[in-house]
Design a protein around this ligand. Sequence first.
Ligand code: SF4
Length: 313
Amino acid sequence: MESRSAKNSLICRFYLSDKMKISIDPKAGFCTGVTRVIRLAEEALANTGHLYCLGQVVHNEQEENRLKNLGLEIIDLNGFCELQNVTVLIRAHGEPPETYETAAKNNIRLIDGTCPIVVKLQKKIRKSFSESEKNGGQIVIFGKKNHPEVLGLSGQTGNRAIIIEDENDLAKIDFSKPVSLFAQTTRSKAVFKVFFEKIGQNFQQQATSSTLPFEATDSTCRQVTGRDEHLRKFAAENDIIIFVAGKESSNGRYLFEIVKTENGNAFYVDDPKNIEESWFKGAQKIGITGATSTPVWLLEEVASQIEKMLLKS
Ligand code: SF4
């Protein structure tokens, strides 16, 4: 068993018995953005024993509890605004500019764990927004309303971006004006494409606006969407899939949908205590995987737990 740390080696371990084989998805584990922010937290905690973090550091309760035990204290925005002369960690999702302004005003030192991919996207949106102010254009973000990353992205436009979550939201776009479309990094690439096409069709249907600029940036993260093909294969070659991810994990929901299309016998587990023995009836090949916010140590614990449960029965 690996020690519980940010270590995120891509391992595939098999637990064998005469009845079954349990495999951990070798491509499961943290993405680089989450690995980085957890490393930053661990380094700071090793020095000081205490660190504030603005919002949930990772959408995984077990990993968050591990960091809390090392001294991490999660605070919300109200709590952040009341602090002065302390150090605060910014999580991988990033923050809107106001957070940096508050930090400067209150002498808060920030350890900026914003994922470099998100930083790049924020910059792109900021640039597009400043151009759109000249031509009356609109910034449209395909993402989950109120998701922290989306709040950080929309913040680059003074919260004037149009957030589209479903088809009804398309009505918020004025098709007589230019559009620059972006995506929350953990959204589905395929659904982004659908929205891209729908917006394009709307422009075409309006003859007066058919020559207006419509730019789209597929900013979905390859570390999520790039797992699709492998995940399909992993799901198909096992009799049952245990998908471990936090309730709030956006990429967890997205990746689980992919697993479900290949293997109807797949279970989304946010707390390993909820795993039921009856799920494994008749299964010989058990696959364990998770979101980009699920630590490898947790997948290993789940594998051991299932092994013990089934060997006892
Ligand atoms: S999913 Fe991609 S963009 Fe989001 S934190 Fe991970 S690496 Fe960064």
